[in-house]
Design a protein around this ligand. Structure first.
Ligand SMILES: [Cu+2]
Length: 169
């Protein structure tokens, strides 16, 4: 960046006060309004838009960071939501804000969020959130233990390990 002021002559003593006042005045103007020279060099970046632009950039970075922090977990192994996966979640550091993704053949299975008792008994004893799309995205909004089973009965899939208990940190 070019220096704002170029003093070519050594000022004489009687003009030094005047010069100092001019410098002070211009310094104050620059602090309040931004760098005049710079705004002339970049006409698109009008004087006074620098601060709002920086704020928007910081906000965008903040939002991007927030998005990066939440993670999608595809529940199960290579077949997704399937039999014999009940220990899949044991070592997963699933956090509040993460998304559980249940992928399966919608005509063959479903996902029911149940209580711990129903999970252990492989039953649905009360109205429970039920997902059937075959590509269910369930966002975790609080910490604790969450229980899901497949409640399709030909034979009962839950009893063949199509059930999962997930601990959210
Ligand atoms: Cu099933």
């Amino acid at each position: 960046m070019r220096p704002v002021y170029m003093i070519r002559r050594r000022p004489s003593p009687n003009t030094s006060n005047q010069l100092r006042n001019r410098l002070l005045f211009h310094f104050v103007v620059l602090v309040i309004c931004g760098n005049e020279n710079k705004s002339r060099e970049t006409p698109l970046m009008a004087r006074g838009t620098m601060v709002p632009t920086l704020l928007v950039l910081l906000l965008a970075i903040f939002c991007a960071t927030t998005v990066v922090h939440s993670k999608e977990w595809i529940v199960g192994r290579q077949n997704g939501w399937f039999f014999s996966i009940s220990n899949w979640g044991d070592d997963k550091p699933i956090k509040v804000g993460d998304v559980l993704v249940f992928k399966y053949k919608a005509i063959a299975h479903n996902v029911v969020q149940v209580s711990e008792e129903d999970y252990n008994a492989c039953t649905v004893s009360r109205p429970s959130p039920t997902y059937r799309s075959g590509n269910d995205h369930i966002k975790v909004t609080s910490s604790g233990r969450f229980f899901f089973i497949c409640y399709v009965k030909t034979p009962l899939h839950c009893e063949n390990g199509m059930k999962i208990a997930i601990t959210v940190q």
